[in-house]
Design a protein around this ligand. Structure first.
Ligand code: SF4
Length: 54
């Protein structure tokens, strides 16, 4: 059985290309998208569209 994990990637919902973290459940299914606080460009920002990507 897999453990929950977080995948670091980028949102392509618009030209902003914010860096995001995709939170996955134990089955590997994405359940939540949050901003990546370690991103040097978006600095943790995520808009409502990106947050609703799931
Ligand atoms: S999070 Fe919002 S602003 Fe950032 S790339 Fe996605 S859609 Fe654009």
């Amino acid at each position: 059985m897999e453990t929950p994990r977080i995948v670091r990637t980028s949102c392509r919902g618009c030209h902003g290309v914010c860096q995001v973290l995709v939170h996955c459940d134990a089955a590997g299914r994405p359940v939540k998208v949050t901003g990546d606080p370690d991103s040097p460009t978006s600095r943790g920002y995520i808009c409502p569209k990106g947050a609703a990507a799931i």
